[in-house]
Write a protein that binds this ligand. Structure first.
Ligand SMILES: C[S@@+](CC[C@H](N)C(=O)[O-])C[C@H]1O[C@@H](n2cnc3c(N)ncnc32)[C@H](O)[C@@H]1O
Length: 289
């Protein structure tokens, strides 16, 4: 007897079916991602790759990873390549993460600055922007909004940058922002932004975002006084980490600071970087004899 119940448009069993990823396909995706971004996927990341990409395959009605690999190798598929990179990067971040760096900025770096007007900070793996706004909140509190200091956030992932540009965060972000900064520079969203925390325009007007690939920096960037390069080097192998450090140091003003994640030592990666304390390095190009 045939059922009179309407059938789901897409069979739920089909939606839940895992698309198999062979070892060979995994290695091809790994090599491809490394070529695009420098990111190295260890063998244990195979199930992560399935988890992150298979929804995309299903949305495109592509039945196998082999067919998807073919697609992203086609010359006219830049947008799909970007989508795949967006899906494969890990973007965890939060306000005032590793807060000692913000204290270092406030207590060691800023008091020695001579010109506030040309002061530039780079959040070089900015993700959804919390790091860039944490820097800007620190600067806004100490220097006010009158001087023309700037914070630039860049990332390889275009989806996170779109979110960063909105300066809007879930309300529970407030728990990580120091109270005096929350009071001075954060707003409760209204209308369409109800339920969100908004960074005030006094702060966000000093912050800009753009895409940049640290592995092959092709865009023209200014020279910076301070670079936050945190919790991104862990995704690269040693030689590629060194290459990224070379690329980043080229963007530092002499005497400028490079801050890396607390677990990411770059000791010995660059002759002109002097370690001031763990994870805080100063670019001293004249220091070689
Ligand atoms: C874990 S998040 C770190 C965010 C922030 N720096 C922090 O410490 O909270 C790492 C970010 O690095 C970005 N990333 C990975 N490879 C990159 C590359 N080659 N160029 C630029 N950004 C990259 C990812 O897209 C991701 O948003």
């Amino acid at each position: 007897m045939s059922s009179t119940q309407p059938k789901a448009f897409i069979d739920p069993a089909e939606l839940n079916r895992a698309i198999p990823l062979s070892d060979q396909e995994f290695y091809q995706i790994r090599d491809w991602l490394r070529g695009q971004s420098g990111i190295h996927l260890a063998d244990i990341k195979k199930s992560m790759v399935v988890g992150r990409l298979q929804k995309r395959l299903k949305a495109l009605q592509i039945p196998t990873f082999a067919a998807y690999l073919k697609l992203i190798h086609q010359a006219d598929q830049n947008a799909e390549r970007q989508t795949a990179v967006n899906l494969l990067t890990t973007n965890e971040t939060y306000f005032f993460r590793e807060e000692k760096h913000f204290q270092f900025l406030e207590q060691q770096v800023l008091p020695a600055v001579q010109s506030r007007d040309n002061f530039k900070v780079w959040s070089a793996a900015a993700s959804t922007g919390e790091e860039a706004y944490s820097i800007a909140l620190t600067l806004g509190h100490l220097w006010g909004q009158q001087s023309s200091w700037q914070v630039m956030g860049t990332d390889i992932n275009t989806a996170v940058l779109q979110r960063a540009q909105k300066a809007l965060y879930p309300l529970d972000a407030k728990d990580r922002i120091p109270l005096h900064l929350l009071k001075a520079f954060c707003l409760r969203g209204i209308g369409q932004e109800t339920g969100w925390l908004k960074i005030s325009s006094e702060i966000s007007s000093h912050v800009s975002f753009m895409q940049a690939n640290l592995f092959s920096l092709q865009i023209k960037l200014p020279l910076f006084d301070v670079v936050f390069l945190r919790n991104v080097l862990i995704y690269f192998e040693l030689e590629d980490k060194k290459k990224i450090i070379q690329n980043v140091v080229r963007q530092l003003k002499p005497g400028g600071w490079l801050l890396v994640g607390h677990s990411e030592s770059i000791h010995g990666y660059h002759d002109d970087l002097k370690q001031h304390r763990p994870s805080c390095y100063q670019y001293m190009p004249a220091s070689r004899s």
